[in-house]
Write a protein that binds this ligand. Structure first.
Ligand SMILES: [Zn+2]
Length: 200
């Protein structure tokens, strides 16, 4: 079982993040005209601190798209950020980029989402003098009402696993099979299973 202590405010520098830093530094060196060693060193530090920030609790908390602004929602957002920090870098990045988490503390929700969405060049195509872009967001609705406190991260990871596996895009799926798949993946990430059996 994976250690389950709080990672708030500690910088997470797993191997994947370190590899990403080195890759970004190599790319910068390949493309830059800077020759001066001190200036190069500064550029490297900038890249390193940016990527480290993006993969720290503060960075993840800041970047993730989350709806809900009560104190209870704030606690939930922290749980989502902590869960994301335990996931592999690529899973974390994809989830932060593409998922809007909605905290469901009341019966229904109508809202205007006001947050930043990162767009890449490939998200756009140019038509004459206009740019056309398309943003696709996936929703994860969190409802922890009947969830034990120490299981909230497990439940969050389970829902992220459904998203990564694309279960919400499939039709005619067998509930037992998809629940087992989500549990298998969440367990691989170090979280606990929730279901006792898969007979739905
Ligand atoms: Zn499920």
């Amino acid at each position: 079982m994976v250690e389950r202590k709080t990672v708030a405010n500690t910088q997470v520098k797993d191997d994947e993040v370190e590899r990403l830093i080195m890759k970004s530094i190599r790319e910068m060196r390949r493309e830059t005209d800077i020759k001066d060693k001190d200036r190069l060193r500064k550029e490297e530090m900038k890249i390193r601190s940016q990527i480290e920030y993006e993969n720290s609790f503060a960075g993840v908390f800041n970047d993730l798209k989350f709806f809900g602004d009560t104190d209870e929602d704030e606690k939930r957002k922290r749980i989502v950020a902590e869960t994301l920090l335990k996931l592999p870098y690529k899973v974390r990045k994809k989830t932060i980029d593409e998922v809007l988490f909605i905290s469901m503390s009341t019966a229904g929700v109508t809202f205007r989402f006001d947050g930043s969405v990162k767009l890449r060049k490939k998200d756009f195509s140019q038509i004459g003098e206009f740019y056309q872009g398309r943003i696709e967001l996936h929703f994860i609705i969190l409802n922890f009402r009947r969830c034990r406190k120490d299981r909230k991260m497990d439940v969050t990871a389970h829902e992220i696993a459904h998203f990564i596996l694309g279960h919400h895009l499939k039709k005619n799926t067998n509930r037992g099979i998809i629940e087992r798949e989500a549990e298998d993946l969440a367990e691989k990430w170090g979280f606990r299973r929730g279901y006792k059996d898969y007979n739905f």
